[in-house]
Design a protein around this ligand. Structure first.
Ligand SMILES: [Zn+2]
Length: 130
């Protein structure tokens, strides 16, 4: 049995602070996960899931998140942000007939946005806030 421990939120946040005190940028989520797990490693090994780590990094206020996406032809309505889980806001426009039309969605927490053709996040770049 591999014995990994799951760190609590506070430990992950402390680790993020240490990491971004020594480097201005981490250019992928996988890399950030590796850095955090290495930072926390002592007598025991720790594991932190990438989506959880991403949300903790966003909530920490420590970093700006750049979300790189690829365009897909998929048209589907979205409720929750695929990046941070927040409820998405519809981006609407007035039509000439006096109604509104949905143009896409955006997230006020992490700034993810998409048109009706879905943009799928492929890479995250974490940059320390100055
Ligand atoms: Zn979001």
């Amino acid at each position: 049995m591999p014995s990994y421990r799951i760190p609590n939120d506070a430990r992950v946040r402390e680790s993020l602070h240490r990491i971004f005190s020594t480097r201005p940028m981490v250019d992928s989520q996988r890399r950030l996960k590796a850095l955090v797990e290495k930072d926390m490693k002592g007598d025991e090994k720790y594991r932190v899931g990438e989506p959880r780590l991403r949300v903790l990094a966003i909530e920490s206020g420590l970093v700006n998140l750049e979300i790189r996406c690829r365009d897909t032809p998929e048209m589907r309505s979205l409720v929750k942000c695929p990046v941070c889980g927040e409820r998405l806001k519809k981006v609407r426009n007035m039509t000439v007939y006096g109604g509104t039309v949905t143009l896409g969605y955006r997230c006020e927490r992490c700034k993810y946005w998409t048109g009706l053709r879905r943009r799928v996040p492929t890479r995250y770049v974490f940059t320390r806030r100055s």
